[in-house]
Design a protein around this ligand. Structure first.
Ligand code: MTE
Ligand code: MO
Length: 501
């Protein structure tokens, strides 16, 4: 232990030199990336890791870390880079060219990863290569100075320190420049600020009065594979409808806004939502009826799958039959009275009541290709999730909180139940091992949303188990058996324990 520590202390300077060179390399690579309008090499590596992550590990990450999964992933990648750079620093202290070669390898891997991204352009491989060159150069210079520092005495040591400080300062400047250019290039925010949404030709029913019925945009759950939110200029955005159609079509954002728009309340649910989980929300959406666009294109009778593509390379497959069966499937442009927030798909996303998001709700959509299930597996299906996935009938207790203590006497148990497009007919509550008793479901604006419910309970002191189950509009009772989200959505009754004091 002590020996290891001594070894570490003796090589601290070597490690530091490697890490300084890494900082310089990353700064150069990221700066070139914004200047060229190419993908960030660092985020490219992160995206590649996300795409390559086996489904069980991804499920674990979403479950354990929720929305923090991305910062955690980037921190892990950062730590791996630092480790690698420290090793390069150590190698350079033995043979300078060894360390430089390490950086070269690193740049090559970065370039290959960049070139293999589904959205890659020819420019994307350049930043990692420049970054590697810069890092290697910094490593060589610093290693030379370090070699002279011992025999050269105080002046040589000062020169090493100054060079190190200069590399650090240059990296910081490069990083600041990157941030500045990136924020100036935040075309999505600017474009969104200029959007005026027209009034709907077909308005939604009167808004549901209950304050917790609509999920505010800032609280709406977010699930996607995008490490940086795509910045799209609505004026340059295009939607291409092609594939197995009679007439290929293209629409601009203005084309969509000029059409008669519908406004509907719809609950969106993520397939990764566990029993009792938070990954669903309800909004008042504004959009273009999807069936009308498909009718204009003239869909071939054998095109049973609509494949949506987003600017960030996501592919999502939706049954043609479902989006043309008369439900309010739409290309949404508005969410709760505003243009779509960037994180929720600005300028346009798909929305299909009744289907989980991963088979319907493509954000930042740019393409709809009429295809067949037999011909194309979209992103999640390639990772073994089900190709077709209607939302399963579910319910959740929101109050009281699990494991909380409440006062004896009247206690309102309340929560939400959902079976989008089938609707919720009834909700029942069970206290301890007792009989199922009916809860009171609140009003809804359509069958496409969740339904709030409550049950007034006379709580007696002690520890109690509270459970809920829902019955959907088709009369099907929520499934009791607990299964995990993979491959087509969780089932099981939500139960919580509370203490009555
Ligand atoms: N482009 C793109 N669209 C996407 C995804 C994605 O990763 N990329 N994730 C889907 C999934 S899994 C869900 S649940 C919904 C979530 O939409 P939200 O983030 O607006 O709540 O978006 C869907 N659309
Ligand atoms: Mo999802």
């Amino acid at each position: 232990m002590k020996r290891a520590w001594k070894w570490f202390a003796r090589h601290l300077l070597d490690f530091s030199i490697g890490i300084l060179a890494l900082l310089a390399g990353i700064a150069a690579a990221e700066l070139l990336a914004v200047v060229l309008g190419a993908q960030s090499p660092f985020l490219n590596v992160g995206s590649a890791v996300i795409d390559a992550t086996p489904t069980p590990l991804k499920e674990y990450a979403v479950r354990e870390f929720g929305t923090a999964d991305k910062p955690i992933l980037l921190a892990v990648i950062g730590a791996a880079l630092v480790l690698f750079a420290a090793v390069c620093g150590l190698l350079a202290s033995l043979r300078v060219w060894l360390g430089a070669a390490g950086f070269g390898l690193f740049g090559l891997v970065g370039a290959v990863i960049a070139a293999l991204r589904p959205t890659a352009t020819a420019l994307d491989a350049l930043p990692p290569l420049l970054g590697a060159l810069t890092g290697a150069a910094a490593l060589v210079v610093l290693s030379r100075r370090r070699a002279l520092a011992g025999p050269g005495g105080a002046p040589a040591r000062r020169r090493l320190l100054l060079t190190g400080a200069a590399v650090l300062a240059a990296s910081a400047l490069g990083y600041a420049g990157t941030r500045l250019l990136a924020s100036a290039g935040a075309v999505g925010e600017q474009s969104r600020a200029g959007v005026r949404l027209p009034a709907p030709a077909s308005p939604a029913p009167p808004a549901v009065a209950d304050g917790s019925f609509y999920t505010p945009n800032r609280d709406f759950y977010r699930v996607d594979t995008a490490l940086s939110v795509p910045q799209i200029d609505a004026d340059r955005w295009r939607l291409r409808v092609h594939g197995r159609v009679a007439n290929e079509r293209e629409y601009s954002f203005a084309d969509l806004l000029a059409r008669p728009l519908v406004e509907r309340d719809v609950t969106l649910v993520c397939v990764s939502n566990e029993v009792g989980g938070p990954y669903l929300g309800t909004a008042r959406w504004l959009g273009v009826p999807l069936a009308e666009l498909l009718a204009e294109a003239g869909v071939d009778t054998d095109a049973d799958q609509v494949v949506s593509r987003s600017v960030d390379g996501m592919t999502i497959g939706t049954p043609t039959r479902v989006v043309t069966d008369g439900r309010d499937a739409m290309l949404a442009v508005g969410m709760n009275g505003e243009p779509l927030p960037l994180a929720h798909g600005f300028p346009v996303r798909m929305l299909v009541p009744g289907l989980y998001g991963y088979v319907s709700a493509c954000k930042w959509i740019t393409e709809m290709e009429l295809s067949r299930f037999a011909d194309f597996d979209p992103y999640w299906v390639r990772r073994d999730w089900a190709a077709e996935a209607p939302v399963k009938t579910s319910s959740r207790i929101d109050t009281p909180r699990a494991l909380s203590t409440v006062a004896a006497g009247p206690v309102r148990i309340a929560g939400v139940a959902w079976a989008p497009h089938r609707g919720i007919r009834a909700v029942e509550v069970r206290i301890d091992g007792g009989p199922w008793v009916p809860a009171t479901p609140a009003d809804v604006s359509s069958a496409d949303t969740w339904r709030r419910w409550f049950y007034d309970w006379e709580a007696v002191p002690g520890r109690h188990d509270l459970s809920v189950r829902a019955t959907d509009g088709g009369g099907d009772v929520q499934v009791e058996e607990r299964v995990t989200p993979f491959p087509d959505g969780a089932t099981g009754w939500h139960s919580i324990a509370v203490r009555v004091g």
